[in-house]
Design a protein around this ligand. Structure first.
Ligand SMILES: NC(=O)c1ccc[n+]([C@@H]2O[C@H](COP(=O)([O-])OP(=O)(O)OC[C@H]3O[C@@H](n4cnc5c(N)ncnc54)[C@H](O)[C@@H]3O)[C@@H](O)[C@H]2O)c1
Length: 258
């Protein structure tokens, strides 16, 4: 992973990042740490979290949790509240799962699984952290949606619905929480070089052709990197973005501009 330049922009600030052990999550954590924030990292992948804690030291606090399980999520929220002394500056709702299935084969269990992680967890965690965010002088929530909240793609009906929900909810929250000075923005990544995207190519008849075809849909002419998303998240989370709220920020190499 590319290093982010070290600054003091977020020095002393406390952040919570979900899906922190994933490809984009690890980059977001690195970007926030590089700006001086302390990060509480939530993920179900306890091993990767433990490795991250060793690498980053005391500025990274790992919290293993299954965000599809409400009781487990509540357990971690209680632990977070005391660990953060009820003060949170930044929340990044990044955890997400995807499944590629024809609409007719998308059963209730799949729909519930996708909504539990991609939407319900973000909703519940944010609701729980609003009091702690209200204690910050520059609170920010960044929700990770997807280009597929903006355009349709075959096989993604349920995933798309969860990401559309994230966008609509982010706007509603931005309006409602403005009274508490909490900014809320959504980021829509395009295709990013991650196992999630690789899995999509793998199920194509010709994975290499699928990848080349995807690149042709991106005006900038490449697949994105996790750092491309992390840089946008770190900006939106920072006081420099103090007048940005309710925004849908695409980071997709221009894909949805076409
Ligand atoms: N990769 C892309 O091309 C792409 C494009 C658009 C949007 N996104 C979105 O970006 C976000 C990050 O995606 P990524 O590509 O880094 O995926 P990833 O699979 O690498 O990371 C997702 C992380 O979420 C964690 N997670 C999943 N279910 C969980 C659960 N029940 N409890 C706790 N943690 C859980 C995983 O362990 C993983 O570490 C997701 O919201 C995804 O929908 C990704």
């Amino acid at each position: 992973m590319a290093d982010f330049p070290k600054t003091e922009e977020l020095a002393g600030r406390r952040a919570v990042v979900t899906g922190a052990a994933g490809s984009i999550g690890r980059a977001i954590v690195a970007a926030l740490l590089a700006k001086g924030a302390a990060v509480h990292a939530l993920d179900r992948d306890a091993d990767t979290l433990a490795q991250m804690a060793v690498r980053h030291g005391t500025l990274l606090q790992p919290h293993a949790v299954d965000l599809s399980d409400r009781r487990d999520t509540d357990r971690v929220l209680a632990a977070l509240s005391s660990a953060m002394h009820e003060h949170c500056d930044i929340l990044v709702n990044n955890a997400g799962i995807s499944e590629v299935l024809p609409f007719a084969d998308t059963d209730d269990a799949t729909l519930d699984r996708l909504f539990a992680v991609n939407f319900d967890a973000a909703f519940r965690i944010t609701r729980a952290l609003v009091p702690a965010l209200s204690c910050s002088d520059a609170p920010a929530v960044v929700n990770i949606a997807s280009e597929l909240a903006l355009v349709g793609q075959r096989g993604y009906s349920a995933y798309t619905a969860t990401k559309g929900a994230i966008l609509a909810w982010s706007r509603a929250l931005a309006v409602e929480l403005a009274a508490q000075r909490i900014r809320v923005n959504a980021v829509c990544p395009g295709p990013i070089d991650t196992p999630m995207l690789a899995a999509e190519f793998r199920i194509a008849d010709d994975p290499a052709a699928a990848r080349a075809g995807e690149i042709r849909t991106v005006p900038i002419g490449r697949i994105g990197r996790p750092e491309d998303i992390a840089a946008v998240v770190a900006f939106l989370a920072s006081p420099a973005a103090g007048f940005v709220t309710g925004a849908t920020w695409t980071a997709d190499g221009g894909k949805t501009a076409m």
